[in-house]
Write a protein that binds this ligand. Structure first.
Ligand SMILES: O=C(O)CCC(=O)C(=O)O
Ligand SMILES: [Fe+2]
Length: 320
């Protein structure tokens, strides 16, 4: 196999590469895996039917149940990183069949780094996860969503726009969003996504899953949660967000894209507890704290930037 080609050196997951079909032929997977890879490449997501045992799910719900209110629309809607507290949540975050397929799709070691658990649907508007979690190189991120019970039109099922993952990744800088608060900025981002999907003719699809089914979506697939149409009907579920090895990990919504001052994320590998280093092509990346929780990654930083960052750190400057 010739590996010194553009197809092999592009800093893009091969599953999202313009050379996808060529690389797929080289990889020669089983027919079932091949079909899953094609679906993921073309539509931006795939489903693993019945990948999580009902016994594990029942134990998870029994462990976390008391963390939630009895009625919908009463906070907290979501709990982040319950894996730190409950072994069942951790177990679901690091499922072996999920890790295996992700390692194949991305050609890199998957890193589960965040869990969110829900009792009721999120009713979240459409968004790309890249606004929260991006990477350099881009697109080395995905969502892994597990149905703890069947989803149906009444309990706020997931929705998505097939093929929207093929669009560019848009951040606030691209969209000209500069609001008075992080909330206002995010509202405007959601407005924009809705307008954009309508203008480009993407069609919104609801998806109904069975207990134990897993949906994996690629970083840039536009998705969200439908309104809950049947009052107080539960939608127990867990999403685990994954990164992949050898990247810089950052949040575009808190970064300054103009100056490339990135809001780098503190990535902890849920499976091992490892604090994952930001690297690129195997080389550790030197980061300089410029204050405002942002980091310059250029090695040609100025002394002024460095001093400003140090002063802001010393006085505990917190813009958000
Ligand atoms: O569960 C949902 O309704 C959506 C969750 C979501 O968008 C996410 O965790 O990335
Ligand atoms: Fe999301």
């Amino acid at each position: 196999m010739k590996t010194d080609t553009v197809a092999h050196s592009m800093t893009l997951p091969w599953i999202e590469s313009p050379f996808f079909y060529e690389v797929l032929t080289e990889k020669a997977p089983t027919e079932a895996l091949k079909q899953q890879a094609i679906r993921y490449h073309e539509d931006g997501f795939l489903i693993l039917k019945g990948a999580v045992s009902h016994d594990l799910i029942d134990r998870a719900v029994a462990q976390i149940g008391h963390e939630y209110p009895d009625r919908m629309n009463v906070p907290p809607i979501r709990h982040q990183d319950l894996w730190k507290k409950y072994d069942t949540v951790r177990e679901i975050a690091v499922l072996e069949p999920v890790q295996t397929i992700l390692a194949f799709l991305y050609g890199r070691d998957p890193i589960p780094f965040q869990t969110l658990n829900f009792k009721y649907g999120t009713q979240q508007r459409g968004h790309s996860d890249t606004i929260h979690f991006s990477s350099v190189p881009a697109r080395y991120m995905c969502g892994v969503w597990v149905a703890f019970e069947p989803t149906h039109p009444g309990n706020g099922p997931l929705f998505y726009y097939p093929k929207s993952h093929k669009l560019a990744e848009y951040n606030y800088f691209d969209l000209g969003i500069q609001g008075k608060s992080v909330e206002e900025e995010y509202d405007r981002y959601e407005d924009y996504i809705e307008e954009f999907m309508a203008a480009k003719g993407f069609s919104k699809q609801e998806i109904y899953l069975e207990k134990g089914d897993v949906m994996i979506w690629s970083s840039n697939l536009i998705h969200g949660g439908m309104p809950i149409r049947v009052e107080n009907s539960t939608r127990w579920s867990q999403v685990t967000h994954y990164y992949f090895r050898d990247c810089l990990y950052y949040s575009p919504r808190f970064s300054d894209m103009l100056t490339n001052n990135l809001n780098l994320r503190n990535v902890i590998h849920i499976g091992t507890g490892e604090k994952v280093r930001h690297t690129f092509n195997g080389r550790p990346i030197e980061t300089i704290n410029t204050g405002e929780f942002r980091y310059a990654i250029s090695q040609n930083f100025s002394l002024w930037t460095l001093m400003k960052g140090m002063v802001r750190k010393m006085i505990g400057f917190k813009p958000f």
